[in-house]
Design a protein. Structure first.
Length: 388
């Protein structure tokens, strides 16, 4: 049975060349980057090269990049760092209703600590209302955090337009974007978007888990979460994950000249998947923006439970998810679907299919055939609703 992995938004498989680079670093580039001898200097130089690669991909200065353990730490680092640095009696922070839990949970924490939190609603495709954002920003607003690409729907927010609104209404307000699902998949220019901070992660682009980075614009005041040895220019203390950072650098190198062309290939793959699934299965909903990220496809099936469907497909070697992996153990797992106003009868039957360049057209028909068979079998087990 051939495995078809369609959960790439949760994590991608590490590229063999990335693994090879990391193994070499583990065995040969083992010096502590803070050490003054040549082994330490060699590690420090390797980190510098990756920092330059990340900066180039975002169009920012090399010293504005700081390495982290991934998206969750990066989002916490920025949000908490801004709030703790600005601590005063009256503060407002703004986000959207469909952010990743590593953003929303931090906002909830501060809301419970007497900080004014504004959560912007979204339309049926997951886009924020820019007029609502403009109206929400005032002189007490210290932070606006809006996700660039939604991890469950694939919706792409217009960060350039949002940045213009933020900086026009309140130039001192920090503008942050969680760009974990967009990095090296969709071009981003932090200067053009007037971003002060951005979060990215390695394991969404065939790099290793446990490594990521944040961009923090020069002059943006952020209070560090971690204190100690003063690594990462005092922004993030702790010995750097040298093999992980080198792996991230290799993942970027492998994608930097190809991800723009890949976008169209994945778009066509997603379109073929939708055509096939609509032809084979009735009573479904395709959620999100049709012009959003092609890497994510969110589909709801009436009279089916998504988690049961997931395990049924797993038995056939097809791997999908029911949404964000980071929300799978939370009580409110369907908050994104609730935010876009999806009808109750479709919420329970939602799965997320997420693509990568490992998936080809040859995988579409067998994957959809397995989904169609599983849906048909599960619907037979559901008692028809009685007319009232």
């Amino acid at each position: 049975m051939k495995e078809i992995y369609l959960d790439n938004a949760a994590t991608t498989r590490v590229h063999p060349q990335v693994a090879k680079k990391m193994m070499d670093a583990l065995m040969n580039n083992y010096g502590n980057p803070s050490s003054l001898h040549r082994l330490g200097i060699r590690s420090e130089q390797a980190i510098k090269e990756v920092r330059e690669a990340v900066a180039q991909s975002l169009n920012c200065q090399t010293p504005e990049i700081y390495f982290t353990s991934g998206g969750t730490e990066g989002n916490n680092m920025i949000i908490q760092g801004v709030v703790e640095n600005k601590k005063r009696n009256r503060m407002r922070i703004i986000t959207s209703a469909i952010e990743h839990p590593s953003v929303l949970d931090v906002f909830t924490f501060y809301e419970n600590h007497q900080i004014e939190v504004i959560v912007l609603g979204v339309d049926t495709q997951g886009h924020i209302d820019q007029d609502q954002l403009k109206a929400a920003i005032n002189e007490e607003t210290i932070l606006v955090s809006i996700m660039g690409v939604n991890n469950e729907l694939g919706t792409i927010q217009d960060l350039k337009a949002i940045g213009k609104i933020v900086k026009t209404v309140n130039p001192k307000c920090v503008f942050h974007a969680d760009f974990v699902q967009g990095f090296m998949k969709i071009p981003i220019d932090v200067k053009a978007c007037q971003l002060d901070a951005l979060t990215l992660s390695g394991h969404k682009i065939f790099g290793p888990k446990g490594v990521g980075a944040v961009y923090v614009k020069k002059g943006t005041d952020i209070k560090p979460l971690l204190r100690g040895g003063g690594q990462e220019s005092n922004m993030r203390s702790g010995t750097e994950n040298v093999p992980g950072i080198i792996g991230l650098g290799e993942a970027i190198r492998l994608r930097k000249d190809s991800f723009t062309a890949e976008f169209e290939v994945i778009r066509n793959l997603r379109a073929a998947f939708i055509d096939e699934i609509e032809a084979k299965i009735d009573d479904i909903r395709i959620n999100g923006d049709p012009d959003g990220s092609p890497y994510v496809l969110n589909v709801s099936f009436n009279r089916v439970r998504g988690e049961v469907l997931l395990h049924s497909l797993e038995a056939k070697g097809i791997f999908v998810s029911t949404g964000s992996a980071c929300s799978s153990h939370k009580k409110e797992k369907q908050y994104v679907l609730k935010a876009i106003g999806l009808a109750e009868e479709y919420k329970e039957g939602t799965i997320r299919i997420s693509f990568s360049n490992d998936i080809t057209r040859d995988d579409v028909k067998p994957a959809v055939a397995a989904i169609a068979q599983a849906v048909a079998s599960l619907r037979l087990l559901v008692k028809p609703r009685k007319n009232r």
